[in-house]
Write a protein that binds this ligand. Structure first.
Ligand SMILES: Cc1ncc(C[n+]2csc(CCOP(=O)(O)OP(=O)(O)O)c2C)c(N)n1
Ligand SMILES: [Mg+2]
Length: 321
């Protein structure tokens, strides 16, 4: 394990924050407190956290409709995100974007995206700008297994290889595109191998294991940063909830739903770190308590906040350069 104790504790805090955030937002969505669709990232925490730990201020991420975990791992304020998701004044996008359109350029988060496959070209564009402006930055484009079938993704991968830009496509393979299993929607092929056929190095990793994700990310991101060569990481993750909150998941067996929760990335992380004698159980308990308080305060503040004023409806539409 190459990470120091502080980094281990902060990485756990990030994963625990994503989990608690998603469980709260899920419950409040079902109660009708949140407008619009909400897609939860619970179960997939080690992917965003392990990858984003290797990114800095000059780096960007592109995201998708299941983007809360990506935002939190890249450093967005959970308070600002809550206000945004509950459609309140002061949200990261003025309370006008909502769950599927949170963007936070202040931390290099290019935006969640309701268009499946829409994030990959944005990631290539950001990587091209980093290369052109010689910032030393890279861009990670988080896409799903379903999005990896999109034409936009194929075009983005082609472009990335042709232009040699520092982009890392992270395919979060959670086994489903909406309600259709990956074995059917992708024709049973190997997603990393297909991505590799565009001319990139492609890797696979177990997304329930934070350490495996992080070690691979460290190696791949450093190489892309040094060479401008794009790369792919396929992360095998488990989607704990339905495609969106309220999806009864009739297409998954009770056994499958129970089994995926046996590989909880947070529990796996804790066990490894405690057994290695690096951090005590008490510290994890303390972090869990602090995270629970923070999420509860953020949600309460969002519920109490006013909606955006009607006069803002036409603002923030265009960017002035
Ligand atoms: C262009 C486009 N087509 C279809 C949809 C409807 N849609 C929303 S999410 C989704 C599945 C995405 O699957 P995946 O990329 O695996 O992401 P996951 O939801 O599993 O995280 C689809 C088809 C959409 N939002 N945009
Ligand atoms: Mg999927």
């Amino acid at each position: 394990m190459q990470l120091d104790r502080d980094t281990l504790a902060e990485s756990y805090r990030t994963m625990a924050t994503i989990r608690a955030f998603e469980e709260r937002v899920g419950a409040d969505s079902l109660s009708g407190l949140i407008p619009g669709f909400v897609h939860l990232y619970a179960g997939e925490e080690a992917s965003a956290t392990g990858i984003c730990l290797e990114l800095g201020e000059k780096d960007w991420i592109g995201s998708n409709h299941r983007g809360h975990g990506h935002c939190i791992a890249k450093g967005s304020s959970v308070e600002g995100m809550m206000l945004e998701i509950y459609a309140r004044e002061g949200g990261l996008c003025g309370g006008k974007g909502g769950s599927m359109h949170i963007a936070d350029l202040s931390v290099g988060m290019l935006g969640a995206n309701g268009i499946v496959g829409g994030g990959a070209p944005l990631a290539v564009g950001a990587a091209l700008s980093a290369k052109t402006l010689k910032t030393g930055g890279v861009c990670v484009g988080f896409i799903g297994d379903g999005a990896s079938n999109q034409g936009t993704t194929a075009e983005a991968m082609t472009m990335a290889v042709v232009l040699k830009v520092p982009v890392i496509f992270v395919i979060e393979n959670n086994g489903y595109g909406e309600f259709t299993a990956v074995s059917y929607h992708s024709g049973g092929i190997d997603l990393a191998a297909r991505a590799a056929s565009f001319g990139m190095e492609a890797h696979k990793v177990d997304g329930t294991d934070f350490f495996a994700v992080n070690e691979l990310a460290r190696e791949v991101i450093a190489k892309t940063r040094a060479t401008n060569m794009p790369a792919v990481i396929e992360v095998a993750v488990n989607r704990w909830h339905g495609h969106f909150t309220g999806d009864p998941q009739a297409y998954r067996s009770a056994e499958e739903l129970a089994t995926v929760r046996l590989s909880d990335p947070l529990v796996i992380f804790k066990k490894r770190v405690i057994e290695a004698g690096l951090l005590p159980q008490e510290l994890f308990d303390k972090i869990d308590g602090e995270v629970a308080d923070r999420i509860d305060s953020a949600a309460r503040a969002a519920i109490a906040a006013p909606p955006p004023d009607i006069s803002t409806v036409t603002t923030d539409v265009y960017v002035s350069y």
